[in-house]
Design a protein. Structure first.
Length: 187
């Protein structure tokens, strides 16, 4: 009986381990934060961090602009996020906590307005071009007529990451612009 029982227990444990490993695939991008306010399930959707950053810049052009009080609360959060991005090996829990706090510092109306913008990769690229931000060794707007696959190949050849990744130059430039905008509102 013992000879049959031990292998069965081992087999059962092995099956449980195998099943638990297939329940949720490992994330493949740097951003795994899921927002209850900002969807990422539409074509070309920006990562939540980029939606928050780009959306904040857009809000500051209208009636739902970030208040001076909000700016004071948001500046250290965005600076912390920038630091985690520069460090490169930051724990996702730390990044998620910062993004949660950023969302908490904003009003529901502001978050709804950002969600309604449905910000996409082309929106962010247009912002970069308009602000003279270059990616890799190219010039602003270079590759605009390329297919997404050709653009990705070109970016990989130049050592440029996509803007959805946590280490991207464009995402870093966007965060820097948000910090500068918020600092201007506090003065």
């Amino acid at each position: 009986m013992k000879k049959i029982f031990l292998p069965l227990v081992f087999l059962f444990a092995l099956l449980l381990a195998a099943c638990s490993g297939t329940a949720a695939p490992a994330p493949t991008s740097g951003d795994v934060y899921v927002s209850q306010n900002l969807p990422t399930d539409y074509d070309g959707a920006l990562a939540v961090r980029n939606q928050l950053a780009f959306g904040t810049l857009e809000l500051n052009q209208g009636d739902l602009a970030i208040s001076a009080e909000q700016a004071q609360a948001l500046i250290p959060l965005w600076q912390g996020l920038r630091s985690t991005q520069q460090a490169g090996g930051s724990a996702q829990a730390e990044v998620s906590a910062l993004l949660t706090q950023i969302e908490s510092a904003m009003t529901p109306e502001q978050l709804q307005a950002i969600a309604a913008m449905k910000l996409t990769q082309p929106d962010m690229q247009a912002w970069a071009t308009a602000n003279g931000i270059t990616m890799g060794s190219g010039t602003p707007g270079q590759g605009a007529g390329m297919s997404p696959e050709a653009r990705a190949t070109k970016q990989a050849a130049e050592g440029v990451t996509t803007s959805g990744g946590s280490g991207s130059k464009l995402s870093a430039a966007l965060i820097d612009a948000v910090i500068a905008s918020l600092e201007a509102q506090v003065k």
